[in-house]
Design a protein around this ligand. Structure first.
Ligand code: SF4
Ligand code: SF4
Ligand code: FES
Length: 558
């Protein structure tokens, strides 16, 4: 482990650590454009130059491509270094357009930031003399390029080649004519394309989805976890709700990857990145629905009362075999735990499962994406929301039984059965089931098939935990309240339990999680307060070995 000094401060780092990373440990920033810890080092931008002294010799080196050495002294803020950085910046800015007032990257641009810290020079190039390159150039379905803003750092090129394993972007021509562009006849359309926008240190690559929507200084940031598939990538939710003249329906403005070494490193897929649109989609359910009161409005309380009385009647007439629950692996650990408590432990309902063979599947690859589009199937398995006891009935059999009239009451969470059943089968289900209660987030066929509908919160509107496919328990935070009469699912089970004479005491989601920690072996010892921001493995499940998140067929850096 080399010991070195940076600006007079001692630090010890693992062998092979470069000077940019060594300085980070001391909260010292060595400015850089081309270096990114997830990509190959190319040392092309020259912004990271520092002075080093080793064995009595002084030299200027690039921090990204110089490994820390024992006894090394690094100088990051000398007059010479300031002059070098200022010169590099002047070089980058001489033909840079005066776009800041309309550039999406303003406020988080490393040209702006470094100019204020290391530049502050006056331009020696007249506006009329600036070179012009492609502007508003469509590089793919989700990303726009402004070539004049590009500093040719090649991060986007390396990301496509090394992480996504595709050859979609390249730097063409020479000298002042050099330009980032699409590889001929290719579009930037890989499943991870949005990451190039995060990587671009300037406003050259911008996201069509976010472009001109909000100035970044109005955004508030809340850590969260993507629920787009069973990987559960760590994300930031950037949201803003106060500027109502700007599409008040859109609360989340964008999702960004949050570094998690053991899940997604610096990246997310585009399926997850744009999944937030569902939260404020026009077809979100925000009020309960009922068939029994015709078109007239109902309340959540009225629906819960009716559901409780239907369940009571079924249980007293035909016993627990007359009630079935098709729950959802998209629900949180807390939702599933209270559901299991109420239906399996208290009411002794055996027909309880989260899985249906007709569930939609997604694309899977070796980078991040999983085919299972639910975030918490592992949690459901651990909490045992699955066929249980001798008479346990699996999801597909519950559905078949419901069609045959085996159940008086059928409760469905999130599954749109109308996408699985034919019209004839839907009619049969409606006729053969005395009462269907649906808990969902969006308007769909179930809203017409079910007798009652309760709207439930989505991931962005609730605090909750999920367990990803590896067995990692991660939590979400709640930046804003759900709209309308939307309830968290665990509250629905708690309220229903009250009406059925089975109290499920919990004041908060933290209480429910702590009860899971006390009751379920694989959660033993876990507490709400003890969940780190990057998650924690289930008790007795070992951390999977580190793997670099990237294509199994990476292309080399140029
Ligand atoms: S577009 Fe951005 S990320 Fe790509 S080379 Fe230019 S500055 Fe770098
Ligand atoms: S891989 Fe899955 S969890 Fe990760 S960003 Fe994509 S959809 Fe979300
Ligand atoms: S970051 Fe070192 S040369 Fe670009």
């Amino acid at each position: 482990m080399p010991h070195l000094e940076i600006d007079g401060k001692p630090v010890e780092v693992p062998a092979g650590t470069n000077l940019i990373e060594a300085a980070k440990r001391l909260n010292i920033e060595i400015p850089h454009y081309c270096y990114h810890p997830g990509l190959a080092v190319v040392g092309s931008c020259r912004m990271c130059q520092v002075e080093v002294e080793l064995n009595g010799r002084k030299s200027i080196v690039v921090g990204c491509n110089t490994a820390a050495a024992d006894g090394m002294k690094v100088f990051n803020s000398t007059e010479a270094i300031h002059r070098i950085r200022s010169g590099v910046l002047e070089f980058y800015l001489q033909h840079h357009p005066l776009d800041c007032p309309i550039c999406d990257d303003a406020g988080e641009c490393d040209l702006q930031n470094y100019y204020l810290l290391h530049g502050l020079h006056d331009s020696r190039v007249e506006l009329a003399e600036k070179r012009h390159k492609h502007k508003v150039h469509d590089v793919g379905p989700t990303v726009v390029l402004d070539s004049e803003r590009c500093v040719l750092c090649s991060r986007c090129v390396r990301f496509c080649r090394e992480i996504a394993g595709v050859d979609e972007l390249g730097i063409f021509e020479h000298g002042g004519d050099s330009e980032l562009l699409n590889v001929p006849d290719k579009l930037l359309e890989n499943d991870y394309a949005g990451n190039v926008v995060d990587l671009c240190p300037v406003g050259a690559l911008t996201d069509k989805d976010f472009r001109f929507k909000r100035r970044v200084w109005y955004l508030k940031r809340t850590p969260s976890v993507c629920t787009g598939c069973s990987r559960g990538c760590s994300i930031y939710m950037d949201w803003e709700t106060s500027r109502s003249y700007k599409n008040p329906q859109r609360r989340i403005q964008r999702l960004k990857p949050r570094y998690n070494r053991d899940v997604n490193e610096w990246w997310i897929c585009d399926r997850g990145r744009y999944s937030y649109h569902a939260v404020d989609a026009g077809n979100r359910l925000t009020a309960p629905r009922t068939k029994s009161e015709g078109e007239s409005a109902t309340t959540v309380d009225a629906v819960l009362d009716r559901a409780a009385s239907k369940i009571k009647a079924a249980l007293s007439k035909h016993g627990p075999k007359s009630v079935a629950v098709i729950a959802s692996a998209a629900s949180s650990n807390e939702d599933l735990f209270l559901l299991k408590r109420l239906f399996a432990d208290e009411l002794k309902v055996h027909s309880l499962d989260v899985t249906l063979s007709g569930e939609p599947k997604g694309k899977e690859d070796e980078i991040l994406m999983k085919a299972d589009l639910t975030a918490n199937r592992r949690g459901a398995v651990e909490i045992a929301v699955q066929p249980w006891g001798g008479g346990g009935v699996a999801g597909d059999d519950i559905l078949a039984g419901a069609l045959d009239g085996d159940y008086e009451v059928l409760i469905v969470v999130q599954h749109d059965l109308t996408r699985i059943l034919s019209q004839k089968e839907r009619n049969r289900l409606g006729q053969n089931c005395e009462y269907i209660l649906y808990l969902g987030t969006h308007e769909n066929g179930m809203c017409h098939l079910a007798d009652d509908v309760i709207p439930i919160a989505m991931w962005a509107e609730r605090e909750a935990t999920g367990t990803n496919f590896q067995g990692r328990v991660q939590r979400t935070w709640r930046p804003f309240e759900p709209r309308g009469e939307v309830l968290c699912e665990w509250r629905v089970w708690q309220e229903l339990g009250k009406r059925l004479g089975h109290a499920l005491p919990a004041e908060s989601v933290a209480d429910v999680f702590d009860s899971i920690g006390a009751a379920i072996a694989s959660f033993k010892g876990l507490t709400w307060e003890g969940i780190p921001p990057t998650g924690i493995m289930l008790t007795g499940v070992s951390e999977p070995p580190y793997r670099k998140v990237q294509s199994s067929r990476p292309l080399p850096a140029y």
